[in-house]
Design a protein. Structure first.
Length: 643
């Protein structure tokens, strides 16, 4: 046995002595002191630290809530969604997979639970599986003249030679928005704990034609076939929301593209935020694979590759368009659906609920594109709770078969949290008659669950007409509000009642309703929050969208819903239509939540598939998260362990 391997074994023993009890099979799995071995161990250290050093105070992500009849101090915390241990978070920033570790940076106020523009930092957490997270010290804090009033959103990439780099918006000492760069101080550190901001910042100053001091949120950089780096920055130019492209040979000196912008909205949309431009395989519908921006964005969209441009507007909505990015035409983007126009509000909606400021990255480990997004609070109680904001559970994302839409689905790692399975339902094909309501998952904790159901529609004859409601085609949200879960219809409403109290005084309804319009059928998907909470001051809207599905041909509709105490994420039609909602059921503090399948239509529907899983709590950021170290600190253990 080599001396190197003996030394490696000794280091594992040293790790055990300091209570990091790595499983005994680790030595058998790691046969050399190679980089891969060290990286594997780093992932295990992070996972173990998450599991072992999670305290029990109210700032930790909650386990399944105790049902002792008293108010639980963790009431309202999620169990498996990403959130810091305390304080405010908003946009996800610079997510990446590097040297065997997942990194998530995020807008974070280390000083309190509310948004404060001048105090925003980049929180930083790491994971081995996108589920369990360990908090590290902030990656970026407002400490320099070029970011003295806040380190705002941005992106990350890896430069040639393996050095990670961040481009971010800084609010400088004069409160002007400028673009800055930061580099990983030690690229060989799998945790990327330290970041250096060079004195040459800002690397991109605000242009003279930008109005309203709106110049922010650089995209993930990409390299062209000419070897030049490119990045797009959201700006307000002549009263229009615009994406300006900048180019650089060395990542430090950037020049604006003299040609037309990558995108320009009409004056009706003066401000854009959090743009995202990424390549996607046109074969992805079959392969469900993503592409690395560094590998595939160099030329025009060709050879089976197209691009997605995602924009966030001030209506707090994320919209996207599939299209053709063309470097050779001066870094332009031609939408695949030009009839939708220049205003992002008319583009395809990424999520029809309460989701904002999304950011995606290429996961080289599993060759997929993964989406993160901020889900804000809706109860106005941040000060009392001591925290605000979560991230939607990470989603894999790929191109739909029509070449125009995206499919989103929770990353498969969520299945590692699955514990008890109990649908409490009859055999496949069981009918739910008109006015029927059947409890499912009675043997599991329904406030922390993953439910999948497929409905079959025996007959469409009773479908209501939309011919006299032309406005509804452009306003499905209003239609959902008027045709709610308890408004009896023809074909539907049918779906799920989740986070429901025993008497249904509180519940969140996720459901479908089939209409007839000009001889064709249209399926409406709704998430109705009007009875989600009896708590005062809670915003309780209805969300709605029409599905892109041929229900006359398929006669079935699928639904998957993730339930996590105060968030409900629903994926209709295999993830082609998504809705995220924040809800605040009061009964959950001292009683059990229930889940029901219901049907308030005139005819029966069949349930051809139903699976309900109880999900375990993930280890999310432990003590001190986002600006406070994991006890006794993964970084300390790692630095003491490695050469």
């Amino acid at each position: 046995m080599s001396s190197g391997f003996c030394d490696f074994q000794n280091r594992i023993l040293k790790l055990r002595i300091i209570s990091m009890q790595v499983e005994g099979s680790l030595i058998d799995l790691i046969k050399s002191a190679s980089l891969d071995g060290y990286l594997y161990l780093a992932r295990r250290v992070v996972q173990f630290a998450n599991q072992q050093f999670r305290p029990t105070h109210s700032f930790v992500s909650s386990p399944i809530l105790a049902m002792d009849g008293t108010k639980n101090p963790q009431h309202g915390r999620t169990a498996y969604h990403f959130q810091p241990a305390k304080n405010w978070q908003n946009d996800p920033n610079g997510p990446m997979y590097h040297n065997g570790m997942y990194h998530l940076f995020y807008q974070y106020n280390p000083h309190g639970p509310t948004w404060d523009a001048g105090k925003l930092s980049w929180g930083h957490s790491v994971s081995g599986d996108l589920v369990n997270w360990a908090a590290l010290d902030n990656a970026l804090d407002p400490t320099s003249p070029f970011d003295a009033n806040g380190c705002w959103s941005g992106s990350a990439t890896v430069l040639p030679g393996g050095r990670p780099a961040i481009l971010y918006t800084g609010i400088d000492a004069d409160r002007v928005q400028v673009q800055n760069v930061a580099f990983a101080s030690n690229p060989s550190d799998p945790l990327l704990r330290d970041w250096h901001k060079p004195s040459c910042n800002p690397v991109i100053g605000i242009p003279a034609d930008v109005t309203g001091n709106n110049f922010r949120d650089p995209t993930e950089p990409w390299r062209g076939s000419d070897g030049l780096w490119r990045v797009a920055v959201a700006a307000e130019v002549e009263g229009k929301g615009t994406l300006l492209v900048y180019r650089s040979a060395d990542f430090l000196r950037w020049e604006r593209n003299p040609g037309p912008p990558l995108h320009a909205s009409s004056p009706a949309v003066p401000v854009l935020e959090c743009p995202d431009l990424f390549p996607i395989s046109m074969a992805a519908a079959a392969e469900q694979e993503g592409l690395d921006a560094l590998m595939a964005a160099g030329g025009s969209s060709s050879g089976g590759v197209t691009h997605v441009l995602k924009l966030t507007d001030f209506a707090k909505e994320d919209h996207y368009m599939v299209g053709r990015y063309d470097e050779l035409a001066g870094d332009t983007f031609a939408p695949a659906e030009p009839e939708r126009g220049d205003d992002p509000g008319r583009w395809r909606r990424l999520d029809h609920g309460h989701l904002y400021a999304s950011k995606s990255f290429f996961d080289a480990r599993k060759k997929r594109r993964v989406l993160w997004a901020w889900v804000d609070e809706n109860d106005g109680a941040a000060e009392a709770k001591g925290w605000a904001g979560i991230q939607a559970f990470p989603r894999a994302m790929w191109l739909d078969g029509d070449g125009k839409g995206l499919v989103q689905w929770p990353v498969e790692e969520i299945e590692t949290l699955r514990r008890k399975r109990d649908s409490g339902f009859g055999p496949e094909g069981t009918e739910v008659g008109a006015g029927g309501k059947v409890e499912i998952g009675a043997g599991i904790q329904s406030s922390q669950a993953d439910v999948e159901v497929v409905f079959e529609i025996p007959s469409l004859e009773e479908a209501e007409t939309l011919d006299d409601l032309e406005w509804a085609l452009d306003d499905p949200q209003r239609l959902c509000a008027e045709k709610g879960a308890f408004v009896h219809g023809g074909v539907g409403p049918f779906g799920l009642l989740v986070l429901a109290s025993g008497g249904l005084q509180e519940h969140t309804a996720v459901f479908f309703r089939v209409f007839r319009h000009q001889g064709k059928y249209k399926v409406l998907m709704c998430t109705d929050l009007t009875r989600s909470s009896t708590k005062a001051g809670v915003n309780k809207p209805c969300y709605g969208a029409f599905l892109d599905v041929d229900v006359e041909k398929d006669r079935s509709i699928s639904l998957r819903t993730l339930i996590d105490h105060t968030v409900v994420e629903s994926f209709g039609n295999g993830g082609r239509t998504c809705m995220t909602a924040r809800v605040y059921p009061e009964h959950a503090a001292k009683g059990r939540s229930r889940t029901y399948v219901f049907n308030h239509g005139a005819g029966a529907v069949k349930v051809s598939k139903l699976e309900a899983w109880e999900l375990a709590a993930a280890a999310v950021n432990g003590a001190g998260g986002g600006g406070g170290s994991v006890a006794p600190d993964v970084a300390t253990v790692w630095s003491d362990f490695v050469i």
